[in-house]
Design a binder for this molecule. Sequence first.
Ligand code: SAH
Length: 384
Amino acid sequence: MAKRIATNVDRMLSDHIADQIRRSGPLSLARYIDLALGDAEHGYYQKQDPLGASGDFTTAPEISGLFGEMCGLYLAHMAGLASLDNPAILELGPGRGSLMADMRHAWAQIMPPLAAAPVHLLETSSALRKSQSDRLGDAELYWHMNLDELPKRPIFAIANEFFDALPIDQAIWRQSKTGKTGAWHHRLVGLLDDRLAFVDGPALSKAELDDWHLSLPKGVSPAAGSIFEYCAIADQYAGKLAHHIATYGGACLIVDYGRDGSSGDSLQAVVNHQPVDVFYQPGEADLSHWVDFRALRRAAIAAGARLVGPVTQGEFLRAIGIAHRAETVARLANAETRRSLLAAVDRLVSSHQMGSAFKVSLILPPGRGLPPGFAATGQTESAQ
Ligand code: SAH
């Protein structure tokens, strides 16, 4: 099904953004993304369900229920190791609720305390909250707009393709006229010929360079035009989660495309599974970026917890036994179901599909020992 064409109502968001820029000057990139994705009336996630073949992108839980089942078994294992009373469940950015439904299905069979635990959902989209409510109707559900009011209990949490959807800022390296020195400048959203476009902003202050972890060793100078991304809200969410897990116990699986470090300019816009310009009809396109797992680790450690990984999604799912589980299920299925199941597993693990671009990491309370699934990090117990 082709996506609907923008209507007058949709065009209002770009007009509204352009008006704001005319009135008050260029916007930070994070503010632009925030409006394009989250504007209460016209934001991308507020208006529609973007997921699946008929939407703009497909996520692992929408490819196969095995993904949620494996993540559920994994968190059940971590909960079993921790043997804590009164756990709560949390999902950040639950989409259609498919991942949580598949995890709960696994828990109903092997871990009743998790199946009976209240489910907290961090979700700003009213359209998707409705899908989650329909899908998870049998659970005790609590929705949140932020992580400020989590219950004071151990939390077993998951975030799949959540951090990539958070607003980022960018800095661009500009050489001085002489070419001898340079500085990181904010990359802002302004108007060129009356159209939305990137414009240079002021140089980053010393405090900003520190916050962005962008201070350079003396004598080091990036190539002219280099771009660096910073996701302040990802640091905040990772820090809050980590603080909660360090205080009350629990674990949080984070799955997303990204790297263990910055990816330069990774901001991308997608409509109907096709890339488009990042200023194409704000509110109509999905905007996302590559997650910087090193920044998440730094935030987790600063909050008193630890972050294990990342390993690739392929390494993680293979290490926790997805192939074995798929074979067991396939044995009971007819030929056609078997073929589609094995094709789905291939899509999740093989490196030319989702297997290597997507990474998995885990926030845990401080301590030692490498949990299952993370041997490929090369991290040693003492490094934890
Ligand atoms: N985890 C799901 C959906 C991923 S899409 C899956 O794997 O299928 C991103 C999800 O994050 C959506 O549910 C979206 O509404 C939510 N989201 C995006 N930005 C958010 C924000 N700033 N705060 C809370 N939720 C957000």
